[in-house]
Design a protein around this ligand. Structure first.
Ligand code: MN
Length: 475
């Protein structure tokens, strides 16, 4: 059981909050406690425990006071005699419209594919209006998963699968690594119990086998870095999470020997130039594997993850991956846009990070069929992503295995219609060539061409390109 003081303590550990903001959180708690009085969850707990735990999860994510207060109130309009108007009267428009965003999405009841798809459409519109809606939704989902044992088996399955297909990918694309990991750790064993046990065994065996060795490596590298007068903020093994390892294993035919980053050594330093010096020190000590150096500092991942990764032939010929980043980059990859500092100081960065949500809201209007829409979400929005460049250097972010045709239709239907040839990194390629991270893609057009080729439907990767081509052909 948690109580209100636990929430306050967690807020104080994670951020400096003004007294007047803490006061509002206190009022929100009293309001919610009174509204949910005598109500119980299916698990038998007092209902307020759920609201409180959702708020605690948000506080751990360093969310702002508005989000935490709305988290406390998120189930009031749907489950009690108090209305949204009552909340607005006491707490104002900002908090009440966040609660409204959550209320509109409704409870986790499943009423067929149409209602389901419509709910998701609404959710993305609410996200585009205020991203904090989804933070509360994610925190709500985390606590629901933690108490899922109270539900019948088939409901557990559905909720956990939906978590892996929709909610953890959203957390990932928002760059909130901590929430993504918690969601996946909770949902993976429910959906795939055997696979989970298998992967967990692999991980614990590897840790046992490598622990002593990695300690030795840490001693060597720490000494070398300190000799260069560079301050190490942290140097520790980073163990891959079970769900992420399982997904990677599937890509490599379950061959564990192909996976080099099961345990990586993460080194956190003070600033960017130190990151590159540390990279130099590592490469001076051990030979890097070719094609395994990834500079996500110069070229961040589509979800804005930043770090330098390199894999080397380390002591005794063992292969080890190193990850080097600053403390700021580390925090950013854990909390991303959940953190309170975005809502006052970094609004323009926030806009940039959320541009994909606005694009998604635009595209979803195009795809009226709900089955197609769900396919589009899974294939176009939540697949592993790559980023490629236009000849002018604009970054375009696409799902893995996209082709030049996907690229062209992503930019504009007209560009796709007129496409006759494509160049990747200045070389002419087939239109079904697979794009790779960092490629520069140029589309060569024929101005007189009006319609796409039906053949393209056979190989395009994105549902958006598929839909746009179909529409054009049928015109
Ligand atoms: Mn709830």
């Amino acid at each position: 059981m948690a109580n209100f003081n636990d929430l306050i303590n967690i807020i104080k550990i994670n951020q400096q909050m003004k007294d007047e903001d803490l006061f509002i959180i206190g009022e929100a708690y009293k309001f919610a406690e009174n509204a949910h009085r005598a109500q119980k969850r299916i698990s038998g707990e007092d209902y307020i425990q759920h609201s409180l735990k959702v708020a605690i999860i948000l506080a751990k994510m360093k969310s702002d006071f508005i989000t935490i207060a709305a988290g406390l109130l998120h189930d009031v309009p749907e489950d009690t005699n108090f209305t949204l108007q009552d909340i607005e009267k006491v707490f104002g428009k900002e908090i009440s419209s966040l609660v409204e965003g959550i209320t509109k999405l409704g409870k986790i009841k499943y009423r067929g594919i149409v209602r389901y798809a419509e709910n998701l459409r609404k959710m993305f519109i609410a996200m585009a209006a205020d991203i904090r809606t989804i933070l509360i939704k994610l925190a709500d989902r985390i606590h629901n998963l933690k108490t899922i044992n109270a539900l019948p088996h088939y409901k557990q399955q559905r909720i956990a699968l939906e978590t892996l297909e929709i909610y953890s990918p959203i957390a990932n694309r928002l760059g909130i690594g901590k929430m993504r990991d918690v969601l996946e750790n909770l949902a993976f064993p429910i959906v795939y119990p055997q696979e989970y046990e298998w992967v967990k065994t692999i991980i614990s065996e590897k840790i046992l086998a490598k622990e002593k060795y990695l300690k030795e490596i840490q001693v060597i590298i720490k000494e070398k870095i300190q000799n260069e007068n560079i301050k190490i903020i942290n140097c520790a093994g980073r163990i891959k999470k079970p769900y992420s390892l399982w997904k990677k294993l599937q890509k490599y035919n379950n061959d564990i020997s192909k996976i080099y980053d099961l345990i990586a050594l993460r080194i956190i330093v003070e600033n960017i130039s130190d990151c590159y010096i540390v990279l130099g020190i590592i490469h001076n000590l051990w030979k890097p594997l070719s094609d395994r150096i990834k500079d996500y500092i110069a070229k961040p991942k589509p979800n804005h993850y930043q770090s330098i990764h390199t894999t080397v032939f380390c002591e005794k010929g063992e292969i080890v991956e190193f990850q080097i980043q600053t403390l700021e980059m580390f925090k950013e990859s854990e909390y991303g846009v959940a953190a309170h500092w975005y809502y006052k100081e970094k609004e323009n960065i926030l806009d940039k990070k959320l541009s994909w949500v606005k694009e998604l809201v635009k595209w979803q209007k195009e795809i009226e069929d709900n089955t197609q829409y769900l396919k589009f979400l899974k294939s176009d929005i939540f697949q592993n992503r790559i980023f490629v460049f236009t000849p002018k250097g604009d970054v375009i972010d696409l799902p893995e295995d996209s082709t030049p045709i996907d690229f062209a239709f992503h930019i504009h239907t007209d560009l796709g219609n007129k496409c006759v040839r494509a160049k990747i990194n200045d070389r002419i390629v087939n239109l079904d060539a697979k794009l790779k991270n960092g490629d520069v893609v140029e589309i060569i057009i024929d101005k007189n061409r009006k319609k796409p080729s039906p053949d393209w439907l056979k190989f395009v990767k994105t549902n958006l390109a598929y839909q746009r081509i179909k529409k054009e052909i049928n015109k």
